[in-house]
Ligand binder design. Structure first.
Ligand code: ZN
Length: 110
């Protein structure tokens, strides 16, 4: 299969825009203990903050992967496993255009 880099780039850039919007949308507000009406409200706010933080961290991790994939597209090393250098299965790239490792190496880096 010949890699259609134009299409890959479009997918990566679309994903990048989506993640940036997601990160933007997640508001992590500093805790304001005095505004808590009750213990339950306090607990709920802490829960929301933790959840927001987790969402944001996940989006930031994904964004880093997308950026790395775009850089590799520029460098001409896109689609090659970052660990072993073998080509990544095209089906895997189709499903996950920002994959940096083939399946075998992905298992080791996780
Ligand atoms: Zn590999």
């Amino acid at each position: 299969m010949v890699l259609d880099t134009t299409r890959v780039r479009q997918r990566l850039e679309a994903e990048r825009a989506r993640l940036l919007a997601e990160i933007e949308a997640v508001e992590i507000e500093p805790p304001e203990p005095m505004t808590y009406g009750s213990q339950a409200a306090a607990a709920s706010q802490v829960f929301d903050q933790n959840r927001a933080r987790a969402l944001r961290e996940r989006a930031e991790r994904e964004l880093a992967q997308v950026d790395a994939a775009l850089a590799r597209l520029e460098a001409g090393t896109y689609g090659l496993c970052r660990a072993c250098g073998r080509p990544i299965d095209p089906e895997r790239l189709e499903a996950l255009p920002w994959a940096l490792y083939d399946l075998e190496c992905q298992r080791k880096v996780r």
